[in-house]
Ligand binder design. Sequence first.
Ligand code: FES
Length: 126
Amino acid sequence: MRKIKEVLRLRYELKLDQRQVAGSCSIVVSTVPGTVAAHQPSVRKPGFEISSAVAVTDDGRSLLEQAEAAGLTPQSGCRMGICHTCTRRKTSGAVKNLITGAVSMADGEDVQICVTAPVGDVALAL
Ligand code: FES
C-alpha cells in the first residue's frame, strides 16, 4: 500500500513520467500505468475535495452544484436549505453558509451542501 501511495504521489504531485516513477519506486515501468489507473480518482484537481473521488474549486458555487457539475448525484430536495435532504458530514476544511454568510471551520460537522460553499480546501463524504 505504501508503494501505491508513493507511485500516485510521484505521478500526480511531482508530475513524474512513468519511467521516473518506476525508477524511484524500484518497479517495472509497465506496472505504473496499471497502478495509476486502478487508484485514479474520477476527477482530481487541486483545490478542495468532495469525498475521496472529486475535487472542485473554491468558486462560490455550492458544494451540491459543484458535485453535480463533476458528475455526481448527491441526494437533494428543496435546494434552499429547508428540507435537510442534502445534509452531509464535512470532515475538514472551512465552509460558508450561503444564506447566513457564517463561516465554519469545525471538523466533523454536518452541512447542507445545497447552501454551503467551500472556503479553501474542504473534504466531505457524499
Ligand atoms: S436540498 Fe433541501 S436543504 Fe439542501
